[in-house]
Design a protein around this ligand. Sequence first.
Ligand code: 5GP
Ligand code: MG
Length: 192
Amino acid sequence: MFFDYYLGQESTVCILKILLDETQIGLGIDRLANQLKAHYHNQPVTIVGIMTGSLVMLADLIRRLEMPVRISLIQASSYRGGVKSGDLVVQDQMMLDIKDRDILLIDDIFDTGKTLVNVTKRLTELGPKTIKTAVFLNKLGQSKVAAIPDFVVFEIPNEFVVGYGLDYEDLYRNLPYVGVLEETDLQKHIAE
Ligand code: 5GP
Ligand code: MG
């Protein structure tokens, strides 16, 4: 146990290092916005953000886009509480009508890829004109699906990261940077 100044309480996990700082993240989102402008030009786009992890990226990205943009949200959670993957639960009560629309689905991180593939499947059933996918992070070597995201802001090694929307037990999402949580502490935490 140590005192975590972020949480303001005793904790068993700690941020080991900063993987991406605010400046790097800002440049990465600029880059993505430029790629999207080149892809969509002035065409209207419906951006579907997978909650809750994509929230921060969504807010930063849409303010850099100039085409007409509609925002829609979908909830998909597979990591219940900690770092272990459970069954994927998708809730789409906050979805706009996406029939015949150009859709950009965004998520915080592509790990096994199952979330993005499952949500894409779900959206395809609603009859959009096109679906592209964009993720903030792509964890290298972890994919268990054939599909890859159309746009990736950063590739990262296989480490458990938090911040810029990504959580550990629903905390740390508001960190302006991406940090690595110490793995041994996480395992101890799960074993408890
Ligand atoms: P996938 O379905 O691709 O395995 O996992 C995607 C989801 O798992 C993400 O939306 C995210 O919620 C969670 N996830 C995967 N890796 C990490 C990670 O390193 N840190 C955090 N905080 N969440 C992760
Ligand atoms: Mg998520």
